[in-house]
Design a protein around this ligand. Structure first.
Ligand code: GLU
Length: 549
């Protein structure tokens, strides 16, 4: 009995690998086109680091006229959850990431290089494992868990490298006949690669982000097919990325140390290895030190968080590009109006050590992004959010669309538009005082600032209402009248005048407008008061003054 018979005994039904090589030919793409893939497990959960990777994958593919694939890596079936694939697809869609090829639903896909879910590719992996067994480059291993455990303990006590390699690889040289006998006896086995590497030889890997890295060759006979017949990550990665004709593997740098192993697998299988770009994990700063952002500890690690908070996906993607590429920020400064798509992304400009995630900065970017939206867009997008997350806001918005839009339009058409909304969950608070019902029931205290004396406030309000207010005034006239009122009541009509001779005045025009602002909104900080008053109109202004009086 030889390797060929052994291979046949183990995988009697596997096809010739030439079948797959023909079925999945080289892609016909323009020079330099990148084929990338995002390859999560179907846990339903998309980590911000995953979104980061997927953003880069898609960007690189788009930019070069290539293909971006969504592949589901479900060979570790313990990690699977119901509808996990669907949830990943939805999460990516929330960020406008729609793969060109790959999974489109729990069990559906699009593209000529599928199936795109690893559990549906079992026979493919087995065909390639079979081809390795035939060549004596892989073999069945019958070691039990106890045996392996014992081996590890021994290695530890001898203070040598642990693992299944060299003389420790007990079944590496088992004659085919003996393997056959064991299999026929029903002994359980897995398939291991027969490493040809040597610990004492070095290989050099060129990483597109990290640059050159030297490693010792791999010499571990790692498992390629598990006892359930499914491949390990390592084997599936190599077979899939070869057959899907992936040109660039962009993945988390927890995989860097597996490079010697992966390169050896590519070599044993006779495949050309793809280029690799290993991205550093996104970090979080906490009490002055850095750590990886964590699914367990940080709500912002889950991409669903951004959706729930109502941070526009555009802002999140923009922020990720910001931390991904060191030259993005400059580009954005110089190209304020351009679409992100126009930014030329370079893997070599990605940070080698992990970028620190900064929520405050993200919200800043988001404010900017939203400030460029039209009032209609703010209305529509916040309504979509409210329908899912805030019924009170939904009711407010739906009650009177044009009225809501007029509120969103305050200071929006200026050259420096308002920047007070960072996320849709801010919207309710920023418009609530414009609704009489809500205004009446607002729990907030009137936030008067310098002038707090009730009598003085009453005087200001009644004077203003009876002698200075006219709804038809334009902004300049309106403001001049507030200045006149200030003067009349002993306040400086310009801040400048007050600063020159503070002892001469009770205060200045700013203090007077604050009184008007607070009486009308309860807040000392709002967008443009003139516009607010225009929208409220005479009757409601009167009512609000009276309410206070
Ligand atoms: N399924 C692997 C993971 O979740 C993918 C790594 C890769 O992109 O190759 O980390």
């Amino acid at each position: 009995m030889g390797y060929k018979d052994l291979a046949n005994l183990i995988f009697p039904d596997a096809k010739e690998i030439s079948y797959y090589e023909e079925k999945y030919p080289e892609r016909n793409l323009q020079e330099g086109a990148m084929v990338t893939r995002f390859a999560p497990s179907p846990t339903g959960f998309v980590h911000i680091g995953g979104l980061f990777g997927a953003t880069v994958d898609r960007k690189m593919a788009r930019q070069t006229g290539g293909v971006f694939i969504l592949r589901i890596e479900d060979t570790d079936q313990k990690r699977e959850i119901e509808n996990g694939v669907q949830q990943i697809i939805e999460s990516l869609k929330d960020f406008d990431i729609i793969p060109d090829e790959g999974m489109t639903g729990e069990n559906t896909d699009v593209g000529e290089y599928g199936p795109y879910k690893q559990s549906a590719r079992k026979e493919i992996y087995q065909a390639y494992a079979k081809s390795l067994i035939e060549k004596g480059l892989a073999y069945p291993c019958f070691a039990t868990t106890e045996e392996l455990e014992e081996m590890r303990k021994k290695q530890e006590s001898l203070k040598i490298r642990t693992g299944y390699y060299g003389k420790w690889a007990k079944y590496r040289n088992l004659p085919a006949e003996m393997a056959e006998e064991k299999i026929k006896n029903g002994e359980r086995f897995i398939i291991r690669m027969k490493s040809q590497g040597d610990e004492n030889r070095k290989i050099r890997h060129h990483d597109l982000i990290k640059g050159n890295i030297d490693f010792p060759e791999n010499d571990q006979d790692i498992v390629i097919i598990k006892s359930d017949g499914l491949p390990t990550y390592h084997f599936a990665h190599v077979v899939d990325d070869h057959l899907m004709r992936v040109t660039h593997v962009i993945r988390g740098d927890e995989w860097v140390s597996s490079i010697p192993l992966h390169l050896e697998l590519f070599k044993l299988l006779g495949f050309k290895a793809p280029k690799y770009a290993h991205t550093a994990a996104i970090m979080k700063e906490e009490n002055g030190s850095k750590r990886k952002i964590s699914k367990r500890k940080d709500p912002e690690a889950a991409v669903s968080y951004y959706h729930e908070e109502g941070i526009p996906s555009e802002a999140v993607v923009e922020y990720l590009l910001n931390i991904a590429n060191s030259n993005f920020e400059n580009w954005r400064r110089e190209n304020q109006e351009k679409n992100i798509e126009e930014f030329k992304f370079e893997l070599s400009k990605m940070s080698i050590s992990g970028a620190v995630f900064d929520l405050v900065k993200l919200l800043d970017i988001s404010k900017n992004v939203i400030s460029k939206y039209t009032a209609e867009r703010v209305y529509n997008d916040s309504l979509i959010w409210a329908k899912r997350y805030d019924s009170e806001l939904k009711e407010l918005l739906e009650a009177d669309k044009l009225y809501a839009i007029s509120i969103f339009n305050i200071e929006r058409r200026n050259t420096k538009p308002r920047k007070d909304i960072a996320k849709w969950s801010d919207v309710k608070n920023s418009i609530i005082y414009m609704y009489d019902d809500k205004f009446d029931r607002m729990q907030e205290e009137y936030a008067f600032q310098k002038i707090t004396n009730k009598q003085e406030i009453k005087t200001i309000l009644s004077e203003y209402e009876s002698n200075y207010y006219n709804q038809n005034d334009d902004k300049e006239v309106w403001f001049n009248k507030i200045k006149d009122l200030s003067e009349k009541l002993g306040y400086a009509r310009e801040v400048k005048l007050f600063k020159q001779e503070p002892e001469k005045y009770k205060g200045h025009v700013g203090d007077i407008s604050t009184v008007l602002r607070v009486a009308l909104t309860k807040r000392s900080n709002t967008p443009d008061l003139y516009e607010i008053m225009q929208i409220l109109g005479k009757e409601r202004i009167k009512k609000r003054f009276n309410k206070f009086l």
